[in-house]
Design a protein around this ligand. Structure first.
Ligand SMILES: [Zn+2]
Ligand SMILES: [Zn+2]
Length: 274
């Protein structure tokens, strides 16, 4: 599998001279498995992924939404391949919000929020709300299968973490989840068991977290605990706080390396091979 990071920021885009190295776009991660294209979240990073995918059309892609907070859906109305007939998108959501994924994405583009509605996107779209823990198998276009399994995290209005398995390897995408005080999130440890890569919500340093309890985010220290218990190879720090400059993220990465050997802070354009 190949993982490419298009948006690594949490909460709100954070462009500017202080964030050019890490990037200011919100959550969007592309995974290639065989010939299958998987996308995790549609934050503002999705716009630039769309520009790349225009060159591969017609495409079929599977888009997984961890949840529908703004920073995970805002790129969708600017995802150019969705406006092009002949492309096909399977959109998966279904954490415990009061509306379906389809209703939320339609609502985001409804009058008076946006100039054109979702109906003006000409690509074929099928929506599917997932049930926690029920595996979904996707044809990899090369004689194999990609399996995606979900588990609920700890986040206001709910969130899904996803495990992607292909060719005997696994990666886990676990953003927007807050650790529990005094106990590890066993559900997440189980989901990440033996994974090559764990992409984890490391929005805060431990000091920053003290002022942000209940906001639904975590720290690199807690990510390292999950990674260790699950026997994960590489920990990727993800969903950086918008207030963190390039230097601050690098410092967070340096501190994380003291508690887990194989750590990298995600930045736009980072590609990992698994
Ligand atoms: Zn978020
Ligand atoms: Zn969120």
């Amino acid at each position: 599998m190949q993982i490419t990071f298009w948006g690594v920021r949490g909460s709100i885009p954070a462009p500017g001279p202080q964030t050019v190295q890490i990037g200011g776009n919100t959550s969007c991660v592309e995974v290639r498995a065989g010939k299958a294209i998987l996308v995790f979240d549609g934050g503002t990073g999705l716009r630039m992924l769309g520009k790349k995918l225009l060159k591969e059309m017609p495409i079929t892609a599977h888009m997984f939404f961890s949840h529908v907070h703004w920073d995970h859906i805002q790129g969708f109305p600017f995802f150019e391949p969705a406006f092009v007939a002949g492309n096909e998108f399977h959109l998966y959501g279904g954490n415990n919000v009061s509306r379906t994924l389809e209703e939320t994405l339609v609502g985001q583009m409804d009058h008076p929020n946006f100039p054109v509605d979702l109906g003006s996107m000409a690509a074929k779209m099928t929506f599917l709300d997932l049930a926690e823990g029920v595996p979904l198998d996707i044809d990899d276009g090369a004689g194999g299968t990609v399996r995606v399994t979900s588990a609920k995290g700890n986040h206001p209005q709910g969130v899904f973490a996803f495990r992607v398995e292909h060719g005997g390897k696994a990666i886990v995408y676990a953003t927007d989840t807050e650790h529990y005080e005094g106990r590890v999130d066993q559900k997440l440890v189980d989901l990440a068991k033996g994974a090559s890569v764990l992409i984890y919500d490391s929005q805060y340093t431990p000091e920053e977290y003290e002022g942000k309890k209940g906001w639904g985010h975590s720290t690199y220290e807690e990510g390292a605990k999950v990674a260790r218990l699950a026997g994960v190879q590489k920990l990727v720090l993800f969903h950086h706080d918008p207030t963190q400059s390039d230097d601050a993220v690098r410092e967070k990465e340096r501190r994380a390396k003291a508690v887990f050997a194989d750590v990298v802070a995600a930045h736009e354009g980072l590609t990992l091979e698994v």
